[in-house]
Design a protein around this ligand. Structure first.
Ligand code: ATP
Length: 366
């Protein structure tokens, strides 16, 4: 029941000119002053899953300045049954490349090896701000259960970009729309169904656990109107919406307009009206539920990246979170400004101190 990075090297990655870490499967408490390069380490770990990582940054932004030579990350990823050597890099700001066990691979292949979930401070307002952040949060959880969701989302987005281009150019070729709408409805209905399955799975995993975190009751909603459930209904809705969409210059129906609605179940209060700490606790509850469900289904919990983990959590909830992470056996990479934020973890975690000298981050294993 393991998923862990046991070795990680960063080369010319953000503030890290070169860092080499050897860690075990226990949680990792990373501490050091502001700007030392702690989040940069978490971002590096997030790039061992498909996508642009936890800051959604470009490959160019991640290359160490002023040299701007490109960057490289390597890791040994230990799963319950195998050990993989994974490399990912970008040269001159070009799209990042991946190699698994010496063979060139796609980013999507990373999702089949390492499932990675994160909570970062920009998500503190996830329940309040726009729908995109909540969709992305949900989709990352869907991908952890169903790695093929990443491919499906890409093919849906590609077809939608093409349909939007026709709409903007006021193209009136019904056959062209028909072909794209048939693709959109096939992948769109599958995306919607996968999200529904994940919402159900998370609900079950929250209800079945003894936890100090509040249950987030979830519902999948649509920005406007009802989300067609089947491919046939979605195809019909797209066809019907053509003129309206042409006026708007974009596609107004489909899973790209879905939203995740959350309620603090015990209080009956929508998440967006909860206190700041409660909003964070609801997110933590979902991440823990996801980790529990994966431990059951896939045999190992995901890697967890918890940036400024203690922010907004009171001491009891913080201690409860550490206990749950340890009970799950998840390798959680957590950051905070000082070691005291991790005191409840005692010997159950390993510690990394990150300092910064002359713009270069230095990491020491304690
Ligand atoms: N491409 C880059 N090249 C060099 N340095 C960079 C690059 N991108 C970011 N940095 C530097 O990395 C540092 C920020 O690192 P990081 O966000 O990891 O800090 P942190 O330790 O998490 O701090 P905090 O406690 O404030 O969140 C900043 O000093 C920033 O200027």
């Amino acid at each position: 029941m393991t998923l862990a990075l046991t070795s990680l090297t960063l080369s010319h990655f953000r503030s890290h000119k070169r860092a080499a870490l050897n860690v075990d499967t226990r949680p990792i408490a990373i501490y050091g002053p502001n700007g030392a390069g702690k989040t940069n380490i978490l971002e590096a770990v997030s790039l061992f899953s498909p996508g642009r990582g936890l800051r959604r940054a470009s490959a160019e932004d991640m290359t160490r300045k002023p040299e701007a030579l490109g960057w490289k990350l390597t890791a040994v990823v230990q799963t319950s049954t195998q050990v993989h050597e994974v490399e990912t890099w970008s040269e001159g700001g070009a799209a990042r490349q991946v190699r698994i066990d010496g063979k060139s691979a796609s980013q999507i292949a990373l999702g089949r090896i390492a499932r990675v979930l994160w909570l970062v401070p920009s998500m503190d307002r996830l329940w309040i701000e726009g729908t995109e952040g909540r969709r992305r949060f949900l989709d990352r959880m869907v991908m952890s259960f169903e790695p093929g969701h990443a491919e499906l989302s890409l093919s849906y987005e590609k077809a939608m970009r093409e349909r939007n281009r026709l709409l903007k150019d006021q193209v009136r070729d019904a056959a062209w729309y028909g072909a794209l709408e048939s693709q959109l409805s096939q992948s769109g209905a599958q995306i919607h169904a996968a999200r529904r399955r994940t919402v159900e799975r998370l609900t079950l995993a929250q209800q079945g656990a003894e936890t100090a975190f509040p249950i987030a009751e979830l519902d999948l909603t649509q920005t406007e109107g009802e989300m067609p459930e089947t491919a046939e209904d979605l195809r019909a809705a797209l066809e019907e919406s053509r003129f309206r969409d042409m006026a708007a210059g974009r596609t107004l129906v489909g899973p790209h307009r879905a939203d995740l609605y959350g309620v603090y179940a015990a209080k009956g209060v929508p998440a967006r009206n909860c206190s700041t700490g409660e909003q964070k606790a609801l997110l933590v509850s979902l991440i823990l539920a996801n980790a529990r469900a994966l431990a059951e289904d896939a045999g190992a919990p995901p890697l967890l990246l918890l940036d400024e983990v203690a922010a907004h959590l009171d001491a009891d909830r913080r201690a409860a979170l550490y206990d749950e992470i340890c009970a799950l056996g998840a390798q959680a990479w957590m950051t905070g400004t000082g070691p005291e934020l991790f005191s409840e973890l005692d010997s159950r975690a390993q510690r990394l101190e990150v300092t910064e000298t002359n713009g270069i981050s230095e990491t020491t294993i304690q």
